[in-house]
Design a protein around this ligand. Structure first.
Ligand code: HEC
Length: 153
């Protein structure tokens, strides 16, 4: 059974998600909490992008964008100094550049609020604003997160 599960995992890694749940299984405390919060934001962003691409359900974007905006100010609380327990991917430089890290959470909040306020008939506006949210995620990851796998935000 175990071998079968591992084989499944090897395949599933290609489809992403497998490493993530493995990390969650071992993560504890605040590291686990922030991974879960990040995952929750990723789910919402994915839903937003799918709606923009499919040009449907655009009215539903607002609630997801607002949820991301409301998560953003809590990011700082989930990175207390010294919270570098395995299996974290957080870089130690976060705490050497705390003001910058904080600014990046504000940038995410602002970009998400903008997305929440795009008017329903403005597809181009949705596309741009969703792109800006992804970029706000990516700019922080680029600098403060150890790369784990291809295709990560
Ligand atoms: C201010 C910095 C910052 C912002 C903004 C940010 N992240 Fe992250 N994110 C991190 C760091 C640091 C980690 C690594 C955390 C760890 O492993 O302890 C991370 C991890 C993740 C993970 C992996 C979680 C896991 O299970 O290991 C996902 C997915 C993610 N972020 C998605 C997002 C999305 C989507 C956004 C934007 C909506 C976003 N993040 C915004 C810093 C940020």
């Amino acid at each position: 059974m175990r071998a079968a599960a591992n084989a499944f995992c090897a395949v599933a890694i290609l489809a992403a998600g497998c490493l993530t749940s493995a990390a969650h299984d071992h993560a504890t405390g605040v590291v686990k909490e922030r991974m879960e919060m990040m995952e929750a934001m990723a789910k919402r962003l994915k839903a937003i992008r799918e709606r923009v691409d499919a040009k449907r359900d655009l009215t539903a974007i607002k609630a997801d964008a607002e949820a991301i905006a409301s998560h953003a100010p809590h990011i700082v609380h989930l990175f207390p100094p010294g919270s570098t327990q395995k299996p974290t991917d957080a870089r130690g430089t976060i705490w050497q550049n705390w003001a910058d890290f904080q600014r990046k959470t504000t940038a995410l909040k602002d970009a998400s609020n903008k997305l929440a306020n795009v008017s329903v008939d403005d597809l181009e506006g949705f596309r741009d604003a969703a792109g800006a949210v992804s970029q706000a995620c990516g700019e922080c990851h680029e600098k403060y997160r150890i790369k784990r796998r291809k295709g990560d935000l």
